[in-house]
Design a protein around this ligand. Sequence first.
Ligand code: FAD
Length: 782
Amino acid sequence: MGVALLVLAIVIGVPIVVLVVPALRRAILSRPLLKVFRRVLPQMSDTERDALEAGTVWWEGELFRGNPQWGTLAAYPRPVLTAREQAFMDREVEIVCAMVDDWDVTQHRFDLPENVWTYLKQNGFLGMIIPESHGGLGFSAFAHSQVVTKLSTRSSALSVSVMVPNSLGPAELLLHYGTDAQKAHYLPRLARGDDVPAFALTSPWAGSDAAAIPDRGVVCRGMWQGQDVLGMRVSWDKRYITLAPVCTLLGLAFRLYDPDHLLGEIDDIGITCALVPHDHPGVETGRRHFPLNAMFMNGPTHGRDVFMPLDFIIGGPARAGHGWRMLMECLAAGRSISLPSSNTGMCVLTARAVGAYARVRTQFRLPVGKFEGVEEALTRIAGHTYMMDAARVMTAGGLDQGAKPSVVSAIVKYHITERARQVVNDGMDVIGGKGICLGPANFLGRAYQQLPIGITVEGANILTRSLIIFGQGAIRCHPYVLKEMQAARDADHERGLIAFDDAFWSHVRFIFGNAGRAFGRAVTGARLVTVAADVDPGMKRYYQQLSRMSAGFAVAADVAMLVLGGELKRREKLSARLGDVLSQMYLISCTLKRFEDEGRQQADAALVHWSVQDALMRAQTAFEGVLANFPNRLAAGMLRLIALPGGAFAAPPSDALGHDVARQLMTPGGTRDRLTATCFLPDSDRDPVGAIEAAFLAAIACEPLDAKVRAIEKRGEMAGSPLNNVRDATQAAYAAGGLTEDEYAQLKNRDILRDRVIAVDDFPFDYGRAIAEEPLARTANG
Ligand SMILES: Cc1cc2nc3c(=O)[nH]c(=O)nc-3n(C[C@H](O)[C@H](O)[C@H](O)COP(=O)(O)OP(=O)(O)OC[C@H]3O[C@@H](n4cnc5c(N)ncnc54)[C@H](O)[C@@H]3O)c2cc1C
C-alpha cells in the first residue's frame, strides 16, 4: 500500500514539480520542444515577415481568441461625419455625381470630362486623406469611405479616380515616411490636384508575388540639375497602374542594389519606393489599358537606366530598402476603404434601383418582384448589402480609432467584393434584358462588366482567401504564436528559451481553456453565455452563437497549427475555410453592431436576422469542411466531439424571413432609405435611376387604380374584354367610363414613366464601326 502510494506520488508529483518549477520545466521540457519548434517553423523571407507583422490587431483578435468580449464591441463609437464632412457630402459630392454621365464616359469620351477632372481637383477630392495643415481636406476614414461609396453609385471612373489618390500611394507614403522637404513640396500639390499621383508596384513577372519585382536600381553618381550627385539608375517595366497614363507624380517600387558600396556595406539594399515626376527624362507613361471598359485611367509605365537623385526616395536615403515594410504598414488603411466602399456602392445602387424595378416591371400581370423566384434574388441583394455596408462602416470606424487592422482589411476586401459579385449578378437576373443591352438607359450593365476588377486588385481574391486571412490571422491574432515564433528566431538562445517557455505554456493553458469553453458552449447550445453588453433582446441569441463559434474556431485553429505546422501554408483549402469562419464571425459582429448603432430599428430586423443566419450557416459549412478534410482523422474526430458534439446548429434563413427582407426592397420608406442612404439619386426622371425612382412611386400610388381597372375588366365592362395585354387596359377602362379624368391622367403618367424604365437603347446598325476600323491598340503579341 505504502509503495503504491509512493509510486502514485511520483507519477503525479514529478510531472507537477517539473511543470511548476521554471528552471526544471525549461531544461526538461521547453528546451527540446523549442528544438522541434525551430525545425518545423516554416522558412520565412524578410518580405513575408514584414507582411505578416504589419498593422495592428483589432476586433478580429477577440473573435480569434475564443471568448469575444461583447462590451468591447458595444463600446466602439458609432462613426459619424463632422458638420464639414456632411456639408461636403451634401454639396460637392452631389454636384460631381450630377456632372457625370457614365454612358458618355464609357462609350464616347473614354475618360471623365475635363470639367469633372477640374471640379475634383479644385474641390479637394484627390486630397481627402491629406491633413488640412498640408492643404488637404483632412477627412476621417469614415468620411472618405462615405464619399467613395456614393461616387460608386454613379460611375466607376469617377469613384476610382478619386479612390486611388486617397489609397496606398504617394500621399499616404509621404504622410508616414516623407522627409519634411518632400511633404512641404508635394502634399499641397497633391491636395490641390496640381499633381496627380499613381503608384507602380506590379510588373509582368510579379503580380500576386509583388515582392519578387525584377525592377531594379543601382546606386551610382550622375548629373542632376548641373551637379554631380549620388543617385541611382533605375529600370522598370510595370503594368496595370491606375492613373499612370495621366499622372504627374509616379510612385515607383524597385529593388535597390549598391555594388560599389557608395551607400554602405550592403549589396542588395532591398525594395525601395521613390517619387518621380512624369516628365523626368526617361520616364515613359501615357499608354493605357482598358480594364473591362472601365474608363478610369490605367496603364503601363517603363524606364530604362533612368538616373534620379537619392532625394527621390520617399523618406530620403535613410529609407532606402524599407519600401516593402512601408507598403505593408500602410496597406491596411487603403484596403479597408477603397474596394469595400466602391463595391458596397455598386450594391447600394443595385438594391435601390433593382428593388424598385422589380415593383415597376410587371409580367403575368404582377410586379416581377412578387414571384418567389425573383424574391429570392431580391432577398440576397438586400441581406448582403446590409451586411456589407455594416462591415464597411465599422471597419472605417476602427481606422478612425487608430487601428490598422491588416487581417480585417483582407476580410472586408475579399468578402465585400465577393458579395458584390453575387448582388450585382442577382440584380442583372432580376432586370433581365434591360441589364444586358448597354446604352444610356442601362444602369447596371457597367457595374456587372467591371466587377472582376475589384476581385483582382489590392490582393487577388483567391490568394487573399487562401493565404492571407487565416495565414496572417493565425500569427497576428493569436495571443502566443507570434511570441513563440519570435522567441524561436531569437539569436540569443537562452533569452529565446525563456520567452518560448513563457509563451508555449501559456499557449497550452489557452488551448485547454478554449477546448473546455467550446465543449461547454456546444452541449448547452451556448444558452448560458452571458452577453455582457446592452444588446437588443431579439438579437441576443446571435451573440451567444457567435461566442460558441468563436471558441470552437479557436480550438480548431490551434489544432490545425499543431498538427500541420508549416504544412498549413500549403494546405490552402483548409486555411481558406478557417479564414471563412473568422470572416463570417467578423461580418456578423459588424451587422449586430450596425443594428445597435442605428438605434435598433425594428423595421430593419428582418435584414439582420437573414444576413446573420446566412452568415452563421456559411461559417458552419466552412467549419464542417475543415473537419471533413482534416488530414489527421483522430484530431478531426476530437475537434468534432469538442465543437460540434450534437452536429449542425445553424440553419439557413427561412423562406418566410426571405419574403420579409425582399418586401423591404420594394417598399418605400425607412428600411429602404437606410439601406441605400449613400445612393446618389438624380433629380431628373430623364436619368435612368431618376426614372426608376419616379416610376416606382407612381406605380405604388396607382396600385388601387390597377385594382379598379381589374375589377372593371372582371365585370366584363371593357370593350374587347377579356384583354390579353396590360398595355391597353387603362385606355379600355377609361373608355368604358370606369375611371375619372384624374385617375386616367395618373395612370397615363405612371405608364409613361414605366415605359421609360423598361425601354432599352438601340443604335444604327453600323454604330461603332469607325472605332473598330482604326487599329489604335498595340496587341499583347505585337
Ligand atoms: C484594373 C487594375 C488596376 C490595378 N492598379 C494597380 C496599381 O495602381 N498599382 C499596382 O502596382 N498594381 C495595380 N494592379 C495590379 C494588381 O494588384 C494585380 O493585378 C494583382 O496583384 C494580381 O496580380 P496578377 O493580375 O498578375 O495575377 P497573378 O499574380 O498572375 O494571379 C493569378 C491568380 O492566381 C492566384 N494566386 C497567385 N498566387 C497564389 C497563391 N499563392 N495562392 C492562391 N492563389 C494564388 C491569384 O489570386 C489570381 O487569382 C492593378 C490591376 C488591375 C487589373
